[in-house]
Design a protein. Structure first.
Length: 287
């Protein structure tokens, strides 16, 4: 039986899968995503997906090249000044790809049994069939252990309770100390963007129209101001309530020295004087 692989179709499939995986990673990491950088990375991935049919470096060599290519895609699409964060994004990209079927397809092709043949450019190439159950079990166990290790590493990283944030509004940029709270799960229901809360005093420091919108209660937003405000439902010790939040021009967070860009909304808690001595409250997922 002879099957044909069309390079343009394979490119589109790989481009689409890589772009979706990169987008999911950006959402999980709360990165501010750039469409053209992600499109460029997905294009490189699509080209690699086609080119990989014509090269064979052996099982170990192919896996190494796949890992390096995944790192390259993540650096192109999601490098924001921190190499460590880009490496973590690469691991997340691999996990997302596996869930989507991309990584398992690669594994299927690299360590499966010889089963059939396909024709590529007039040449006959071997394709693979079933993966031995033992190999599959080992791969699944390794994936679980890697995921557990990454989760523990992420937990240790968020152990630093105080960090610095820099928020840029149309009127100017402001820096605040922030308390990292893993229990802060507030987010906009539609976009899923995390919400950063400023204390009452910190909110008063913001000048101009942005400051006015931050200090305005959700029930007092009227007319044309509504298009600049996002309404966030939250659950507090006093019960459910609705707060207003705005999208800053730019948001950056630094657990240590390097500021990294995140995609968030900012709200002001008029009832909070501070957060354990800090001026803002940020969710642990932003680190």
């Amino acid at each position: 039986m002879t099957e044909y692989i069309y390079g343009d179709v394979l490119f589109v499939i790989n481009f689409s899968m890589d772009f979706i995986a990169l987008f999911i990673c950006g959402k999980i990491m709360h990165f501010r995503m750039n469409f053209w950088r992600m499109a460029l990375a997905a294009t490189v991935g699509g080209i690699y997906g086609v080119a990989s049919l014509f090269f064979d470096f052996g099982t170990a060599g192919d896996i190494l090249v796949d890992v390096l290519m995944a790192m390259a895609l993540c650096f192109v699409a999601h490098y924001h000044g921190s190499a460590g964060k880009a490496f973590c994004t690469t691991a997340l990209f691999a996990a997302v790809s596996m869930l989507m079927g991309g990584a398992m397809t690669a594994l299927y092709a690299k360590i499966g049994k010889y089963q059939a043949y396909i024709q590529i450019g007039g040449n006959v190439h071997t394709v693979f069939g079933d993966i031995p159950f033992g190999v599959f079990a080992v791969a699944a166990l390794a994936s679980a252990l890697i995921t557990y290790a990454l989760q523990k590493a992420a937990h240790r990283k968020t152990g630093a309770k105080i960090c610095r944030i820099r928020i840029t509004f149309e009127e100017g940029a402001y820096e605040f100390t922030a308390f990292v709270d893993s229990g802060n799960c507030a987010e906009e229901p539609i976009s899923g963007k995390a919400v950063v809360f400023l204390s009452a005093e910190a909110g008063k420091r913001v000048a101009g129209r942005s400051g006015e919108l931050l200090l305005r209660a959700a029930g007092c937003v009227e007319g044309k101001d509504a298009k600049y405000v996002r309404f966030i439902p939250i659950n507090t010790v006093s019960g459910y309530t609705l707060v207003s939040a705005i999208k800053p021009k730019k948001f950056e967070i630094a657990a240590r020295q390097v500021f990294e860009v995140r995609n968030v909304l900012v709200a002001c808690d008029a009832c909070a004087d501070d957060y354990s001595g800090a001026e803002a409250l940020v969710p642990g997922s932003l680190l």
